[in-house]
Unconditional design. Structure first.
Length: 77
């Protein structure tokens, strides 16, 4: 009797697992079809303010000056 019940339970588990896998396979193409519609949105690039650009440029120049100082310092030793 235990073997019969075990085989019935195993069959039910296998059927439910196959149903879950089948449902996931059916839902996957629908998700893939919806994805290109989302990708078609165009995003406008936001222009940076001149102040931001100037600040970045100044920061870059400061880094370059520091690197030049570091290069010159070991040579002076």
């Amino acid at each position: 009797m235990k073997k019969v019940l075990a085989s019935i339970v195993a069959a039910l588990v296998a059927m439910s697992f196959s149903a879950v896998v089948f449902a996931a396979e059916v839902a996957a193409p629908a998700a893939d079809a919806a994805a290109p519609a989302v990708e078609k949105k165009e995003v406008k690039k936001v222009k940076k303010h001149k102040k931001v650009k100037k600040a970045k440029k100044a920061k870059k120049e400061m880094k370059e000056m520091e690197m030049k100082k570091e290069e010159a310092a070991p040579a002076a030793k």
